[in-house]
Design a protein around this ligand. Sequence first.
Ligand SMILES: *[C@@H]1O[C@H](CO)[C@@H](O)[C@H](O)[C@H]1NC(C)=O
Ligand SMILES: *[C@@H]1O[C@H](CO)[C@@H](O)[C@H](O)[C@H]1NC(C)=O
Ligand SMILES: *[C@@H]1O[C@H](CO)[C@@H](O)[C@H](O)[C@H]1NC(C)=O
Ligand SMILES: *[C@@H]1O[C@H](CO)[C@@H](O)[C@H](O)[C@H]1NC(C)=O
Length: 205
Amino acid sequence: MALHGLMLLASLLVLLSCLTETAYGGILLSSLPKTLNVSASPHKPDQVNTPGVLLNFVGNIIAGEDKLGVVWSLNNTNFPVGTDAAYKTVNIKLCYAPVSQVGKPGRKTEDDLDKDKTCQIEFYTGPYNASIKWQYYESTLDRHVPHASYFVRAYVNDSAGVLVAYGQSTGPNKDYNIFVVSGSHKRPKMVSIWFSVFVLFFFVA
Ligand SMILES: *[C@@H]1O[C@H](CO)[C@@H](O)[C@H](O)[C@H]1NC(C)=O
Ligand SMILES: *[C@@H]1O[C@H](CO)[C@@H](O)[C@H](O)[C@H]1NC(C)=O
Ligand SMILES: *[C@@H]1O[C@H](CO)[C@@H](O)[C@H](O)[C@H]1NC(C)=O
Ligand SMILES: *[C@@H]1O[C@H](CO)[C@@H](O)[C@H](O)[C@H]1NC(C)=O
């Protein structure tokens, strides 16, 4: 019985590792050209951002309430116009800054993208449009985003679905333009409502 369970668990683990291994096909981040400028602009819902104009950088935002804007473009100081002609899709993720990786093996950085745990939180996937100079997307941050310090990274695929380039909102040491996402204030409110209901019920009963 126990052996059976163990074997089942083992095959499940093998299956899981296969599933995660196929994701990037062993591509190393260091082998990808860093062709994109990427900026993150965490902001309050009532702040309006204009892509290309220096975005308001609020250092601290609340999951489930505040917004994250991300702008991406070809880094034209280093790469000629047309470098991005074959870019088809862009995938933007939230990535843990070093300060939020300390003591957390589940967030460890690896050059092999199949093993890398830096960027785990999906933010946006959509078409890459080379004819728009500053491509922009913004959205309210999901309330389940863990309380931590982040930067954002954009991965670009070509039409064959092969990862061909990237860019990120900080430098190689990930030590600037880092923003903090803190927990939603809304949940404790819900808890206190339920608590009030409970107390009311208790007294009525
Ligand atoms: C753009 O490319 C230049 C030249 O390689 C580099 O110094 C700069 O850091 C890049 N900018 C961004 C935002 O990655
Ligand atoms: C990309 O970033 C570099 C600085 O690293 C800047 O000189 C250049 O104008 C930026 N390009 C765009 C299209 O914003
Ligand atoms: C790219 O953007 C331009 C300008 O907004 C638009 O006319 C064009 O249809 C877009 N192309 C794609 C493939 O979405
Ligand atoms: C981009 O390519 C990688 C493999 O290179 C794949 O895992 C990922 O799903 C692709 N993303 C999109 C949006 O096509």
